[in-house]
Design a protein around this ligand. Sequence first.
Ligand code: HEM
Length: 405
Amino acid sequence: MTETTALDHVDLADPQLFADPDHHGLFRRLRDHDPLHWNPEGVEPGFWSVTRYEDCLAVQKDSVTFSSAGTNVLGQQRWTGDEGSGRMLTHTDGRRHTELRQMVNQSFTPRAVAKLEPYLRSVIGHSLDRALEEGEVDFVDTVALLPIASIAALLGVPKEDWELLLGLTSAAFGSADRELQTSPDARVSAAVAHSRLLLYCQDLMDQRRVAPRDDLVTRLVEAQRDGLLSEEDAMLFFDLLLLGGNETTRHGAVGALLALIESPRQWELLRADRRLLNSAVAEVLRYVSPSKHVLRRAERDVELHGRRIEAGQDVAIWHFSANRDERAFPDPDVFDITRKPNAHLALGSGPHYCLGASLATLELGLYLDELCNRVASATVLAQPALLATSVINGYKHLRVRLLPA
Ligand code: HEM
């Protein structure tokens, strides 16, 4: 069997494939031998995949040819329909997308998120100190509060409700891993938690209607008043903002710790010279790539690598593979916090480039800084198992022992 025929039998929509650490090898073979890969119908309808850096960049930038309006990730919503289609920021193109983005942009500028720094530092410090006291912890839990606390602060959720929000968000959306979410009981509790979350959002919007503040929930209320959003759209937006930066940032932080444990010289380097923090964050994002892929639909026929993508067909953009493409990054499997240039695609590119990019980089930078301040070293206590999902790159658990600096 030739390499290309062997690749014909791979189903990239199968979440289980990503529980095997060797999936990086599989994507290397795809980049080399089948850069525009057709995935026949398997666990879901057929779709194309681009895996090389240059192709991922080109497809993501061309939102006229490759639309986000249907859905933006693989999954069952491709045949059941996606409630966000044509309505949510992530699921719109062109004018409507720009309009929605402008509505919230000012809350996500580097200057706006920088105001959160002291408070985020204290959240991180508190979580790390608690983990150090406990000695042995599941680091996936240790970093859980950071992303929720960050977005809750921007939304305007009062501090006393952050733990509640964390509990509801975890119960409602849980992990992207099927094994961690599909028992019947878990599904019922997920639905109940999601309803409570939406009621919470409605309640907060009612409060802001009466007493507006300088926060994102007030912006969602103003957008309803200006006829830009329906109340349901505003609640979808609230959901998106809570979710967009949650698992991604969490697993970015977990992956960062693991990378530093596996490359102690890099940890030493960063501890000794914090001017490397920005390039360390970029390298964490490239190396970990917490978001594995996004999906687009072709609006017209397109030729690529001698094959034809037909109008109406879906194309998965595997940016985690682009970030390990030897054509774009020398020694791509090496974690190197001094890497330059490092034009990774972990936060996407083009019109849908991550809205929370400044927030995510701030969170990860503060987290790396505090890790260097407080933790001398860490030991992995049990082989971590990868999440079985094509959406998020992360681990089910990461049991570690932390030693204080
Ligand atoms: C390490 C953390 C993060 C990673 C890896 C990440 C990754 C991404 C990627 C790849 C996209 C592009 C999606 C597409 O092209 O369809 C995106 C978009 C987005 N991200 Fe992030 N993200 C992170 C953190 C955050 C945070 C903290 C927020 C805060 C709310 C956020 C909110 C969003 C939103 C709302 C979009 C949609 C933008 C649009 O469609 O115009 N993300 N993110």
